[in-house]
Write a protein that binds this ligand. Structure first.
Ligand code: NAD
Length: 504
């Protein structure tokens, strides 16, 4: 990587990053970097100033066809078949090493493309991507079936030998969102390669750049052509074509519940296996014996981390009455003090949202909150910065029926509500269509243990929030999705179970 660097007002971006971002990009199909068949391109914008940052191909149905055909050929090719589990493990470990070695550059690209803070991109996105790739690499050599004692009447002079084997599901279509672009790409490509599948990945149109750089690194570490294909394009064209493609065996989707349902329907028409990681409206439940200082810091970070653009963001805060004023006052104070700025500024605490559309969407929820009678105790005013900024906002005086309490906002907007009765809190916490995450803050373990089984959420944190580990299954109840990524569970999503019975 070039050591030459360009000074910005706030941080130093390497020339290598500038060049990667500034050169019109191609997409990866069958080991080649290609433009869209139509020749069309998509602009990518810098969320900190709204200016065009990069250009990528506007892939559509024809490009998806080419990519799926390449992935199918690769799946059946001797080149990929001859990769033993240990070879797939090494491939993923080499990829993790390359991602780590290019960590600064990838974090810079992510910061410019998504708007998020460079420090956060390094500390969270890059660290998690590398750790996840290393974790999932280990699974390649640990995929196993079982022998089964069956009870059929014995054949004469013989017996039965029955066993199960796990086989790669085949060609995987992966559609990912814009909030953690590189990490999401790794969460899909990692298990696909570990299990011996091949992939067509469609990154979000807002943030396609780190996936394309990852494609370069995949080729560098020896990933055979066609095993990973990356098609850039908008959701309604490239995404919809991929989800409905009869040539894929599985679709892995992360994004909104609304689009997840479309993807799920399209998959069902072809009986394509589908895993869906969708939206959330995660409650943060604070019991009156909790440590208020820990709750204030923890609940603020649960909602404001990554500007609230997190599927498990703690967007509903339920505080038992005794602590309500202290906790909400503390969070509102810290929200008011948070510094808005470019992700390149190391002192920034709230970076821009990903896009103009997302900023306007979040703002429309703030307006809806006010119109429905909620009262803002922090934020809720428009900043005058040119980028896609929203001030961290805290609402009180809200009812569970309000839109700001029911719907996923995906921005730095918290709604705080008091509660009295411990028996009632699980019902309130469960009173949305979602069920992705929840946290309980308390020092009374017996109360915590009684509450956990009542909460309908894929993950319940206690005295912490938003902690995701490669070993811990992750996914949603209710409209937050279907399937569990991470841990052993993700291997099941990318494999078929075959039963074998032999008369011997
Ligand atoms: P989205 O669901 O529209 O986009 C996610 C991915 O799906 C992108 O790659 C997009 O191109 C693709 N897509 C869009 N329409 C498609 C279609 N018809 N068929 C197939 N693929 C399609 O999310 P968004 O527009 O980026 O954001 C809208 C809302 O989604 C956000 O405000 C937030 O509430 C939610 N969201 C949730 C997550 C999450 O991790 N749970 C992530 C991003 C967004």
């Amino acid at each position: 990587m070039s050591k030459a660097a360009t000074e910005t007002k706030t941080a130093t971006i390497t020339e290598a990053t500038r060049q990667f971002v500034g050169t019109p990009r191609a997409m990866l199909i069958d080991g080649e970097w290609v433009q869209a068949m139509s020749g069309r391109t998509l602009p990518v914008f810098d969320p900190a100033n709204g200016e065009q940052l990069a250009t990528v191909p506007a892939g559509a149905a024809g490009d998806v066809d080419r990519a799926v055909a390449a992935a199918r050929r690769a799946f059946e090719s001797p080149d990929w078949r001859k990769f033993r589990p240990v070879d797939r493990e090494r491939l993923l470990l080499r990829l993790a090493d390359e991602v780590e070695a290019h960590g600064d550059e990838l974090a810079e690209i992510e910061c410019l493309d998504n708007g998020k803070s460079l420090a956060l991109a390094r500390r969270v996105d890059l660290k998690n991507t590398v750790e996840f790739l290393r974790y999932i690499a280990g699974w390649a050599t640990k995929i196993e079936g079982a022998t089964v004692d069956v009870s059929f009447p014995r054949p004469r002079d013989g017996e039965y030998f029955a066993y199960t084997r796990k086989e790669p599901v085949g060609v995987v279509g992966a559609i990912i969102p814009w909030n953690f672009p590189l990490m999401m790409a790794a969460w899909k490509i990692g298990p696909a390669l570990a299990t011996g599948c091949t992939v067509v990945l469609k990154p979000a149109e807002e943030t396609p750049l780190t996936a394309l750089r990852l494609g370069e690194l995949l080729l560098k570490v020896g990933c055979p052509k066609g095993v990973v294909n990356i098609v850039t394009g908008i959701g309604a064209e490239a995404g919809a074509a991929l989800a409905a493609h009869p040539g894929i065996d599985k679709i892995a989707f992360t994004g909104s519940t609304e689009v997840g349902k479309l993807v799920g329907h399209a998959a069902m028409d072809n009986m394509t296996r589908a895993s869906l990681e969708l939206g959330g409206k995660s409650p943060v439940i604070v019991l009156d014996d909790a440590d208020p200082a820990a709750v204030i810091g923890g609940a603020a970070s649960a909602i404001f981390f990554n500007q609230g653009q997190v599927c498990t963001a703690g967007s509903r805060l339920y505080v038992q009455k005794k602590l309500f004023d202290q906790v909400v006052g503390g969070i509102a104070d810290s929200a008011e003090k948070m510094k808005l700025g470019s992700g390149l500024d190391p002192t920034t605490q709230i970076a821009p949202l990903v896009s103009e559309r997302q900023r306007d969407r979040v703002w429309s929820y703030i307006e809806a909150g006010k119109a429905q009678g909620a009262r803002a105790v922090a934020g809720a005013t428009r900043p005058d910065n040119t980028g896609y900024f929203v001030r961290p906002t805290v609402f009180v005086d809200a009812e569970n029926s309000m839109r700001i309490v029911q719907e996923e906002i995906f921005g730095p907007v918290l709604v705080a509500m008091p509660f009295d009765d411990l028996d009632e809190i699980a019902r309130k916490a469960n009173d949305t269509p979602y069920g992705l995450g929840a946290s309980i803050w308390s020092r009374d373990l017996s109360k915590v243990h009684r509450l956990i089984p009542k909460i309908k959420a894929g993950t319940v944190w206690v005295n912490c929030h938003n902690l995701i580990d490669p070993a811990l299954p992750f996914g949603g109840y209710k409209q937050s999705g279907i399937g569990r990524e991470m841990g052993r569970s993700v291997i099941d999503l990318y494999t078929e179970n075959k039963s074998v019975c032999m008369a011997v």
